[in-house]
Ligand binder design. Structure first.
Ligand SMILES: Cc1ncc(C[n+]2csc(CCOP(=O)(O)OP(=O)(O)O)c2C)c(N)n1
Ligand code: SF4
Ligand SMILES: [Mg+2]
Length: 348
């Protein structure tokens, strides 16, 4: 009897010929059910689906469970796990040194809004080209669940302690201080988070994405406003977002009523479907008002809150060269003797 060998099915690859495995990282050491793990999974999927070369990506983080996440995605990319709350300055230096890398920063609500608030604000006003993801669980997960500066007034710790301070809303801060792409999502909303991440990847400026990401160990009980059950009952999507990459032709699709297309810098399209309410993501005041009204009602607005594709980014403002600075020859980086002599002469 002869047995015929069945060839294994061809491996699925993306448009640059890589398997999804090439976009994964190490095995997670975070708690089971932690929202941060879902965000890592979405990052893996998005970078794979868009066919981004992992070796052209630089990952940055601070300190916290959230800041450990870059170890669990894009294992072939460059990475820098910095100091608590100081990731923005490291990412800024790296972006200046080599503008060809795609930067992605992953941080926590403590890392950004507590210890790192000063660095976050300077990042906002600079419009650095960087995807900045805040994995927001309202607590310091890594140090066992103390309230962070994004914890809502009146929310309750597991121990019963009530938070008596008002929160910083990272999206409102981002809008006020100059971010050119601001979105909020929920780690449990796979489709929305994917579309938001993909748009952020194609945005040529700072993209702030505040993702409510429940901490199952310290902040997922009744009385918490960052729990899975609270988000299930209070998530209020303002729009439905689709992302059409530049390499897919959308000309055959006819936008329906209530659909707005935003052209991104790389030719991709962010397609926004309005959900009931009148919402214009190009209007900053509109976004700030919507966030403040939602806060008063205890709602959590999710979706793309604001997009501005017209503002120059930090690297353009500084006229940074295309080549990585480390590859520039001495003739370009070192003033000539004549130039130095002239400076010395002027200082006499
Ligand atoms: C300078 C400094 N201060 C305090 C700490 C202690 N610490 C480590 S992580 C952390 C908070 C992390 O919270 P968050 O950024 O929200 O991340 P999460 O663990 O919740 O994901 C703190 C206070 C530290 N590592 N370094
Ligand atoms: S302590 Fe909380 S934030 Fe940290 S890994 Fe566990 S569930 Fe996630
Ligand atoms: Mg946190």
């Amino acid at each position: 009897m002869s047995t015929t060998m069945v060839p294994p099915p061809p491996k699925k690859t993306n448009r640059i010929g890589l398997e999804v495995l090439s976009y994964k990282g190490g095995k997670t050491t975070l708690c089971a059910g932690c929202g941060h793990n879902s965000i890592s999974e979405r990052i893996v999927e998005c970078f794979y689906e868009l066919g981004i070369e992992p070796w052209k990506v630089a990952k940055f983080s601070g300190i916290g469970c959230s800041s450990k996440s870059p170890a669990y995605f894009l294992g072939m990319s460059h990475g820098f796990n910095s100091v608590h709350g100081r990731m923005p300055s490291v990412a800024t230096g790296a972006a200046l040194a080599n503008r060809n890398m795609l930067g992605i920063g992953v941080t926590g609500d403590g890392d950004t809004a507590s210890i790192g608030l000063g660095q976050f604000m300077h990042l906002l006003r600079r419009n650095l080209p960087l995807i900045y993801i805040i994995e927001n669980n309202g607590v310091y997960g890594l140090t066992k669940g103390q309230f962070s500066a994004t914890a809502d007034l009146g929310s309750k710790l597991k121990t019963g302690v009530l938070n008596d301070l008002p929160p910083f809303d990272c999206c409102s801060l981002a809008l006020s201080w100059g971010a050119t792409y601001v979105a909020r999502s929920f780690s449990g909303d796979k489709k929305q988070l994917q579309a938001i991440l993909k748009t952020a990847i194609s945005h040529n400026g700072l993209s702030v994405i505040d993702v409510i990401s429940p901490c199952t160990t310290f902040n997922d009980h009744e009385g918490s406003t960052k729990s899975y059950s609270y988000m299930k009952d209070h998530e209020e999507p303002i729009n439905e977002v689709d992302f059409v990459p530049f390499y897919e032709d959308i000309s055959v699709e006819i936008p329906e009523g209530g659909v707005q297309d935003v052209k991104m810098h790389d030719g991709s399209t962010l397609r926004i479907r309005k959900l009931g309410r009148e919402y214009n993501p190009a209007n900053k005041m509109h976004a700030l008002t919507a966030l403040s009204e939602a806060e008063q009602k205890g709602e959590v607005l999710t979706g793309v809150l604001y997009v501005d594709t017209s503002k120059p980014n930090f690297l353009d403002m500084l006229s940074m060269v295309d080549e990585p600075l480390g590859t520039l020859p001495e003739s370009k980086t070192r003033p000539t003797k004549e130039a130095l002599d002239q400076i010395m002469e002027e200082l006499r």
